[in-house]
Design a protein around this ligand. Structure first.
Ligand code: NAD
Ligand code: ZN
Length: 341
């Protein structure tokens, strides 16, 4: 069992509880070694160091393809541990117990894992459905406000591309969500996870063999912003900016009704997101806007034709195959101005 050390700081008695649980159920399970603490947060994904450390633990403890490697923690630890489980003996059984809002409502219920390499997000990884996922809202309660807010970006995202009714629900419940009302958070997480799982199971392309990635609305710039800020911006925080950027772009491209982008930004801000970061404004030595590299990376990561999801309406995503650099720059300017005012 691999435990996120950030989670352990919040719940120091967790290791002991796990050991007691295993003892009580020793007729059905054997914990081969005490839970192993692994650093949480993006640092676990920044190279292969911790992947190898976890692989070594599976080797040392003779974990075979009928054993289970269980990971409990945030999306970053789950991504790294998922890669470990998927590649050790070409795949040992893997159970995920996500403990952040983002991991419970999005990453933990998906089929992807991976770590970053060469300054590229998720450069090394696999598609591998876990054996099981256990979501428990009690884990979210001790999470810090910043991470509680960050995970809500994925709910706004999936509502925008798939479910306008859910978007209206988020608007109506923004006060309760902004104050982290547990029951409302649980409802949001459940609906968001359902929408993600539905897309993966019924969207026709669970392992993303095509060039489209509908669940990644707002993500082409977000991934770049995460790298540009050295992960000072959390994934969800970068996604919120990416959502706002592509909402304004959708208006400029003549897809989304003018005014709707303002409604989207208002909801994100109400939930606690900041929609501007100076990294949006970085130019490289060649005078090129750094964030635009995100489009190139995004296409390369997916392969094939560039495919970006934009908004045709709230609740209705639409795929396009090119983006106009001038419209992107204008959208960034718009974000800067509306945040300054
Ligand atoms: N695989 C996918 O499909 C997918 C999808 C979206 C995002 N992701 C990835 O997920 C990662 C972000 O995950 P995240 O938002 O969960 O953040 P995170 O994993 O970075 O965790 C944030 C912080 O919270 C701590 N923590 C975890 N659970 C806690 C708890 N219950 N109480 C207190 N502290 C706790 C961690 O130690 C860490 O310091 C990114 O690397 C992103 O790329 C993956
Ligand atoms: Zn995401």
């Amino acid at each position: 069992m691999f435990i996120d050390d950030g989670l352990l700081q919040a719940l120091p008695e967790l290791s002991e509880h796990i050991k007691q649980y295993a003892e009580v159920h020793n007729d059905r399970m054997e914990l081969v070694i005490d839970p192993i603490a692994i650093p949480g947060g993006e640092s676990v994904k920044q190279n292969l160091h911790f992947v190898e450390r976890m692989q070594r633990a599976l080797y040392d403890n003779h974990i075979d393809r009928h054993s289970y490697a269980i990971a409990i923690g945030g999306g970053a630890l789950l991504d790294a541990a998922g890669l470990v489980a998927a590649t050790t003996h070409r795949g040992v059984r893997h159970i995920r117990i996500p403990t952040t809002v983002l991991a419970q409502d999005d990453s933990g219920v998906g089929v992807k894992n991976g770590v970053n390499l060469y300054d590229q997000k998720n450069f090394v990884g696999t598609f591998a459905p876990p054996f099981a996922v256990i979501n428990d809202i009690d884990f979210v309660v001790p999470l810090n406000p910043r991470d509680k807010i960050a995970g809500m970006a994925e709910a706004v995202k999936v509502s925008l591309i798939r479910d306008g009714t859910f978007f209206t629900w988020l608007e109506r419940n923004a006060d309760l969500l902004a104050t982290f009302d547990t029951e409302t958070m649980a409802t949001m997480i459940r609906r968001c996870a359902e929408l993600h799982m539905h897309q993966i199971a019924h969207g026709g392309d669970p392992f993303e063999s095509g060039s489209a990635r509908p669940l990644d609305y707002g993500h082409w710039s977000a991934h770049r912003l995460e790298t540009l800020t050295n992960h000072h911006l959390r994934h969800g925080e970068a996604v919120a900016i990416g959502i706002a950027l592509d909402a304004r772009y959708s208006v400029l491209a003549g897809l989304l009704e003018p005014g709707e982008e303002e409604r989207i930004c208002f909801l994100l801000e109400h939930l606690g997101f900041k929609l501007w970061h100076p990294a949006l404004d970085h130019y490289n030595a060649k005078g090129r806007l750094e964030v635009l590299q995100g489009l190139i990376d995004f296409r390369e990561h997916l392969g094939g034709e560039l495919t970006i999801t934009l908004l045709d309406d709230i609740g209705v995503g639409i795929e396009v195959h090119e983006m106009d650099a001038q419209h992107i720059i204008a959208s960034i300017e718009w974000l800067r101005e509306r945040t300054a005012n």
